[in-house]
Design a protein around this ligand. Structure first.
Ligand code: AMP
Ligand code: GLY
Length: 455
């Protein structure tokens, strides 16, 4: 009997999730609810509902109609909106968290306070405010290095960092007051200095196990210039760590996640099932937590899932059944580089409705080296994952956000970079990408920065 899997979301993240299910030894049928028709996903899906991904009633009805076995939620908004809760009430399980524990991502204050209350290492100095009282004094205490965070899901726009987005304490205070007026709450914390990395762990409510560490690139242009984006690309190394990390850094980060999973259960009585995605900073004083997300990272998921050797259906069922400890989780020991093609003008004023050509052909999969449903782990050929694009009869059109992701997989980061770059350059139209992600030059800079910090 085929496993019927419901995927919520329609970006490149969900495309690679679907592809990974198709590599399963089980027969799998994919059902998708997404805000738009992703050509890569729709090529893999048995049925595809275009709907608001937070519309709980529509999703539950679709799950019933398709008779799905379980669901996986891609983006953060449906988790916070209670889609997993609605599905569970209707009898459908998910390898994604209920809203109560999804607060790990949707409330920055909740997570900082959880670490603090349970004495978990790696917290930043912080305070949550629900009024102006003490706010000015805390800015004085932190000095020039601070971060102001709106307490809710803001699509990446709720975090402002001194030096990057805020020039001095007065601007920090002004933004904090604006957050208080809008949300009634704000978190102010110390600015951590170091190198960021993402460590995603599967969690079944008790047991956590890590995926390879990844580094994302938030800034739009080469050399980390330009505005913040959803993430322009990312890389991972064959040893499942990163060139600027010590092996103890990954262990420390994994330990923080393990302790947070335990604390989360003690605090809420609800098991976190799904992906705990920690954004960490390697600092001169060890690993610190920046934030958690309650889902796969985008683009980080495209670095890790193509390397997953363990059957992904088995992983999701182990998350649901609480048996992850019994499942050996294995990833291919390969390096990966991802590069996003984004519309010209992105992120501030992206072109939309313009046509792009992929892999010399027109539209999804045409002449590209990505084969939907390919069961092997792809190496030495670029992979293409579709994001914010619209497949029309005469080709592929830009919808305004990150459009197409190209992934290279090889024995070293620099070889993987060349493959990803070849993929990115095969796409033509009014799009751009970062040429420097995964290059030896940029990685050397990161390594030098950490060496300088650690002395
Ligand atoms: P977002 O993922 O959009 O919430 O943005 C979070 C980004 O803000 C992180 O990726 C960091 O670059 C930055 N950030 C957040 N908190 C801190 C912190 N305490 N210190 C330094 N940078 C931070
Ligand atoms: N890589 C950024 C995110 O998924 O939020």
């Amino acid at each position: 009997m085929a496993k019927k899997v419901l995927i919520i979301g329609s970006g490149a993240r969900e495309h690679v999730i679907a592809e990974t299910f198709m590599r399963s030894r089980h027969e799998v049928e994919i059902f998708v609810v997404g805000g738009a028709k992703n050509p890569g996903l729709s090529a893999l899906a048995k049925d595809y509902l275009i709907a608001d991904v937070c519309d709980v009633a529509a999703i539950v009805e679709f799950a019933r109609k398709c008779g799905v076995d379980f669901a996986v939620v891609g983006p953060e908004a449906p988790i916070a909106a209670g889609v997993v809760d609605g599905l569970l009430e209707a009898g459908f399980k998910s390898a994604s968290p209920l809203a109560t524990v999804g607060r790990l991502e949707s409330s920055k204050g909740f997570t900082r306070e959880l670490l603090s209350k349970y004495g978990i290492a790696g917290n930043a100095r912080f305070r949550s405010f629900d009024s102006e009282e003490g706010l000015k004094e805390f800015f004085e205490e932190l000095g020039d290095d601070f971060v102001v965070k709106a307490d809710g899901l803001k699509g990446g726009k709720g975090v402002k960092v001194s030096g990057d987005h805020l020039n001095g304490k007065a601007e920090g205070l002004e933004f904090a007051l604006e957050c208080l007026r809008e949300d009634g709450r704000v978190v102010v914390e110390e600015k951590l200095i170091g190198q960021e990395f993402s460590l995603m762990s599967f969690c079944d409510g008790n047991f956590t196990c890590e995926m390879p560490a990844v580094q994302d690139h938030k800034r739009a242009f080469d050399g980390d210039k330009g505005g913040n984006t959803g993430g322009m690309g990312s890389y991972s190394d064959a040893d499942h760590s990163l060139p600027f990390l010590r092996s103890s850094d990954v262990l420390e980060a994994a330990e923080i996640t393990r302790n947070v999973a335990k604390a989360l259960f003690e605090e809420t009585g609800t098991e976190f099932k799904g992906v705990m995605y920690g954004g960490f900073m390697a600092t001169k004083d060890g690993v610190k937590l920046i934030e958690y997300n309650a889902r796969f990272g985008d683009p980080e998921v495209m670095n890790v899932l193509p390397l997953l050797k363990t059957d992904f259906v088995d992983v999701c069922e182990a998350i649901i059944n609480g048996t992850l400890a019994d499942l050996p989780l294995e990833f291919e020991r390969k390096a990966t580089v991802c590069k996003y093609l984004v519309p010209n003008g992105y992120p501030d004023d992206p072109v939309k409705g313009e046509k792009i050509l992929v892999g010399g052909g027109e539209g999804a999969g045409a002449d590209s080296k990505s084969v939907p449903g390919d069961k092997s782990i792809p190496v030495n050929a670029f992979r293409i994952y579709y994001a914010s694009v619209d497949q029309r009869e005469d080709g592929l059109y830009l919808c305004g956000s990150r459009a197409v992701n190209c992934v290279g997989i090889a024995d070293s980061i620099s070889e993987a970079e060349k493959i990803a770059e070849e993929g990115a350059c095969s796409i033509s139209g009014p799009v751009f990408h970062r040429h420097d992600i995964g290059t030896a030059e940029l990685i050397e800079k990161r390594v030098k920065m950490m060496e300088g910090l650690r002395g």
